[in-house]
Design a protein around this ligand. Sequence first.
Ligand SMILES: [Zn+2]
Length: 81
Amino acid sequence: MPVYDYHCAHCKTTFSVRKSISELDSPSACPECASQETQRLISVVAIFSGGGGGERRALAGVSACGGCSAAGSGCASCRPR
Ligand SMILES: [Zn+2]
């Protein structure tokens, strides 16, 4: 079963959830604060790597949620402080 990373908008925790694809759209509660204000972090390698080199710097702190991945720069809810 794949593991997905989630970011909690409430306490800023990032956590991983193992769930099936059929459960993907159901919210995952934050393990720290039980908030359901969580966003799934998509795999952003292709978006932030510039299309080559396999650089994974996006995972070092820059995250994108499903709502802003097209812009490639992060939105207010997932952009690092
Ligand atoms: Zn939380």
